[in-house]
Design a protein around this ligand. Structure first.
Ligand SMILES: N[C@@H]1[C@@H](O)[C@H](O)[C@@H](COP(=O)(O)O)O[C@@H]1O
Length: 265
């Protein structure tokens, strides 16, 4: 696993957006067929600086998303796609409406699906039909969850419905007008779905994520801190800010800074 430590969330956003741009351009340059680049995406406050920079890069003519297919991590159950608190709405407002992605290339779980089991099975099949995800970008909950894989999720889980913990409902209530509006369930890709991606990149910013980052990096793989599963991934990277390293050992921080001073993307 690589750990990239930046001074603040804006620098994290810059690094991750440059990385995504490079991965897409490199892929399209060397591909031998018409298969698009397949990108997994999160919601939340952590990826916002990344979306902002990618939009700027697109507007500056540095990158096109015409040959990119996306799969979002999760969606609340019971919220219509036009609902202003839905992840559909979040993604279109903050990202997709401002780039040249084809509408049919955007995939987000339908939290209003009558048959959740079928919806989730179809989502997994759709990912497979594109040859899997090339890069899954993610965030991390304060309890170390990845997507909506709450503590005690199977580390081999696939896309399914999950009941949210009280902690997650409280933390996510900041996006709603009041806590009673926060849905109690979500559809989410599984830890196994994320682990199947060719590359995983997690954004972790702010002091509130320090314990989760420590558990993910310095302690063992555990279904309690589901992001820790990425210790088992062959190509995983965490990009964090200084505040998120507050619980890490000084020697861990020094080691990763030294390693990264000799590497580029
Ligand atoms: N399901 C999402 C996660 O995918 C996200 O990583 C997490 C952290 O969000 P934030 O980046 O706002 O801290 O929140 C939610 O629970």
């Amino acid at each position: 696993m690589r750990l990239i430590i930046k001074d603040n969330s804006v620098q994290v956003g810059e690094y991750v957006s440059q990385l995504i741009k490079k991965r897409i351009l490199d892929y399209l340059k060397q591909r031998k067929d018409n298969r698009p680049f397949v990108l997994g995406l999160p919601t939340g406050s952590s990826p916002l600086p990344v979306y902002k920079r990618l939009v700027e890069m697109h507007k500056a003519g540095e990158i096109s998303f015409q040959d990119v297919v996306t799969f979002n991590m999760d969606e609340y159950v019971g919220l219509d796609r036009d609902h202003s608190f839905s992840y559909h709405y979040f993604m279109w407002t903050n990202f997709f409406n401002h780039i040249d992605i084809k509408k049919e290339n955007v995939h987000i779980l339908n939290g209003m699906a009558g048959d959740h089991v079928q919806e989730c099975a179809d989502y997994e099949a759709k990912i497979k039909s594109f040859g899997g995800i090339d890069l899954f970008l993610g965030g991390m909950g304060v309890d170390g969850h990845i997507a909506f894989n709450e503590p005690c999720s199977s580390l081999q889980s696939r896309t399914r419905i999950k009941t949210l913990t009280k902690d997650t409902i409280i933390v996510n209530s900041r996006f709603f007008e009041n806590i009673s509006q926060v849905p109690t369930q979500a559809l989410t890709v599984g830890v196994g779905t994320i682990m199947d991606s060719k590359e995983v990149v997690l954004i972790v910013t702010g002091h509130s994520k320090a314990m989760a980052l420590y558990k993910t990096i310095e302690e063992g793989v555990s279904h309690i801190w589901t992001a820790s599963a990425i210790q088992m991934h062959q190509k995983a990277m965490i990009v964090c800010d200084e505040d998120a390293t507050d619980e890490l050992k000084v020697k861990t921080v020094k080691y990763f800074k030294e390693v990264e001073s000799n590497l580029t993307y």
